[in-house]
Write a protein that binds this ligand. Structure first.
Ligand code: GCW
Length: 673
């Protein structure tokens, strides 16, 4: 979306005549970054040379960018109140008259705000009609808008499908890959203001002096773009790095070690953001390893960073293989007793759903259930469970569904968005995290269209009210084509894509049916270290039906939701079809709302998913000539794989489930082979 190819339509002509030069005074790294972005971007987009005007003179058609301190023209506009309203990271874009000249102004209180304004302006040029009457004010809804990178120090990426890590640890700090700057530009263009550099399954080595110097080199590149660096500390690092006898968070020697380590980090990275922690989960050490609680662990680290204004994001992804327990209920049960017990700079980072990043899950019941705790969502941009980088699955629709979910925590309208943006409980530190899908592949995300998910995450982190359609439209226009008919077609494909994947992988509320690399189907189960990692634990298919009973006759996890949602989910007759087998174990012959039996409906959903992939191929092929051949062909090839995979999922799922349902395939469904 930062190609800046020349715009060709009539609208472009109007932009072309309204912008002639730029005035971007100031010599800081951020002001230089703004200049370095706008000059080539506008020259490219408008197809004419746009230069910085000599001596910062204003003329008709000048674009002025800065703050009241960097620009006397902006200072002269007396924008103090309007700027105060948009806060530290917001900006104003206005058509103004200064000294009789018609100019466009991008103004902010801070240079970072001005940078975000510059990127917003470029987006306007690419997606909106030209206007000599601009009056825009924008500010981000969340304070912390982070990407989480599950990048390992050996260059691999856990659940990464776009090549190796962008951070070349072995070359740093001596060699700085220019793509680090491009990553920061792309992230900043969306308003992303933080990056957690290392995997939540952390290696203690990341906190050694050697690796901290490497992280500092990355931070130096990111700084002008406002992308602050965060790290994942391994909880047992005091033992592993410096031979302490314990990592017990209540041991004063341990707390002192973390304070000293944090001092060392801030000396190298003065704007270090803080820590993200996965503790006592999937084999990671944590406070419970030493007989302490999650609050003890989080608060000890929080004290170390609080002195610098840093934060601790403590993950709620906690579950243990307790016989008879329900993984979906565990995090809530473990953490809810600690509501109100976390330090003021701790934020609980909660995945959108209660199990994992399934193609569809209900929202995590912690949202709206811990009113005295700061809570932030974690979504997954990388498609661990949605076809890796081989499938189109535009995730804005999934995140929209999640953010719009009504928790009913304080009556109707208590949406997840309102819980996490501070409106419901007055939470002050608001944040959102997305597990990145970037890697060192030339196209950044493995699949060209998966760039749209990076983009969508950033746009929603800035404004969680944006519709999936608006985002898809922006991305498509900026990235692929301005041809309206083609944009509409691509947007439709994007908007339909996630539901298609749900249909051919795990329809009707089924979850966790995948094989071990989390790619293809494996509903029959396979050897796993823990029973709660096996698909059979989740689908519970048997001769009497299929699905996980989470009502009072089962694990009663449904009781973690507020009324009236709890009853709606718990009652078979009101539970939405999409959540049916998540909450209920249902007989194969159960009559669905559609009038079909559950078995026939399941078959139909799988078929619909497969059909979509065939249809998508045809529709994409018809776009040949509209998008450059290289990208068009690359996506077309991926669609062939996606269609193959969809059939694989359908055939595997249905043939396996048929061994229990013992029902024939309905006539309107292709016979699986
Ligand atoms: O679902 C699991 C993934 C793990 C991941 C974990 C987590 C980083 O399969 O690869 O570990 O979630 O979110 O911690």
């Amino acid at each position: 979306w930062m190609r800046y190819d020349t715009l060709a339509d009539a609208n472009a002509q109007a932009w072309r005549s309204s912008i002639n030069t730029v005035v971007i005074p100031g010599d800081s790294p951020t002001m230089r970054a703004i200049l370095a972005e706008l000059v080539p971007a506008l020259s490219g987009l408008l197809g004419k040379s746009i230069a910085a005007s000599a001596n910062n003179t204003l003329a008709d058609g000048t674009l002025v960018v800065g703050t009241p301190s960097t620009s006397s023209a902006i200072a002269s506009l007396q924008l103090r109140d309007a700027l105060a309203k948009v806060g530290d990271e917001g900006f104003l874009i206005r058509s103004e008259k200064i000294d009789g000249r018609s100019v466009t102004v991008i103004a902010a209180s801070t240079e970072l705000g001005a940078l975000y304004g510059a990127f917003h302006f470029l987006r306007l040029v690419q997606t909106q009609p030209a206007s000599g009457n601009l009056n825009i004010s924008e500010k981000p809804r969340f304070l912390f808008r982070l990407l989480n990178h599950w990048d390992n120090l050996d260059g691999s990426i856990e659940r990464g499908y776009a090549g190796q890590s962008l951070w070349k640890w072995n070359e740093l700090p001596g060699t700085i890959d220019p793509r680090l700057t491009d990553y920061a530009r792309a992230s900043a263009s969306l308003g992303i203001n933080g990056a957690v550099l290392n995997n939540v399954n952390a290696d203690a080595k990341s906190l050694t002096p050697e690796y901290l110097r490497k992280a500092a080199a990355i931070a130096d590149v990111f700084r002008p773009y406002g992308v602050r660096v965060y790290l994942v500390p391994r909880f047992s690092a005091p033992i592993e790095i410096d031979g302490l006898e314990t990592a017990d968070p209540l041991d004063p020697k341990v707390a002192a070690w973390w304070k000293a380590k944090t001092d060392e980090i801030y000396k190298l990275i003065p704007d270090f953001g803080g820590y993200l922690v996965k503790a006592n989960s999937e084999g990671q050490p944590g406070p419970m390893t030493y007989g302490r609680t999650h609050a003890d662990g989080a608060n000890m680290l929080a004290a170390a960073v609080a002195r610098y204004g840093g934060i601790v994001m403590w993950r709620a992804f906690i579950y243990d293989p307790v016989p008879g327990s329900d993984r979906a209920a565990e995090a809530y049960n473990t953490l809810k007793p600690f509501d109100g017990k976390f330090a003021p700079n701790v934020i609980l980072q909660v995945k959108n759903g209660p199990v994992d990043f399934m193609p569809r899950e209900p929202f995590h019941p912690i949202f709206g259930s811990m009113p005295h705790t700061q809570v932030m969502p974690e979504v997954q941009i990388t498609q661990e469970y949605l076809g890796h980088s081989n499938s189109i699955a535009f995730l804005a629709t999934m995140w929209r569904e999640f953010l719009d979910s009504d928790t009913y925590a304080k009556g109707p309208g208590s949406t997840v968005t309102r819980v996490v943006d501070g409106r419901l409980y007055g939470q002050t530190l608001t944040a959102i995290a997305g597990v990145a899908n970037t890697g060192d592949d030339r196209n950044w995300t493995g699949h060209h269209l998966a760039q749209a998910n990076w983009f969508a995450y950033g746009r929603l982190a800035w404004n969680p009210d944006m519709s999936a359609r608006e985002i898809a439209d922006e991305w498509t226009e900026m990235t692929l084509t301005h041809d309206r008919k083609s944009v509409d077609e691509i947007v439709r494909l994007l908007l339909e894509s996630r539901e298609a994947v749900v249909n051919y992988e795990m329809p009707l509320g089924l979850a966790h049916l995948m094989d071990n690399p989390h790619y293809g189907p494996g509903p029959w189960g396979y050897p796993v270290a823990r029973p709660d990692w096996s698909p059979v634990y989740y689908h519970r298919a048997a001769n009497d039906g299929i699905g996980f009973d989470r009502t009072a006759t089962g694990t009663n996890a449904v009781a973690q939701y507020h009324e009236p949602l709890r009853s709606r989910y718990a009652d078979l007759s009101t539970c939405p079809d999409d959540m049916l087998l998540w909450f209920h174990h249902v007989p194969w012959t159960y009559k669905m709302r559609s009038g079909r039996t559950l078995w026939d409906e399941l078959c139909l959903r799988y078929q619909r998913g497969v059909d979509w992939t065939g249809d998508a191929r045809k529709r994409w092929d018809a776009l040949a000539g509209i998008i450059d051949a290289e990208r068009h062909t690359a996506v077309a090839r991926k669609l062939v794989i996606q269609q193959r995979d969809a059939k694989w999922w359908r055939d595997a799922g249905l043939l396996y489930f048929q061994t229990f349902s013992k029902q024939p395939f309905p006539a309107d469904v292709d016979q699986p082979t």
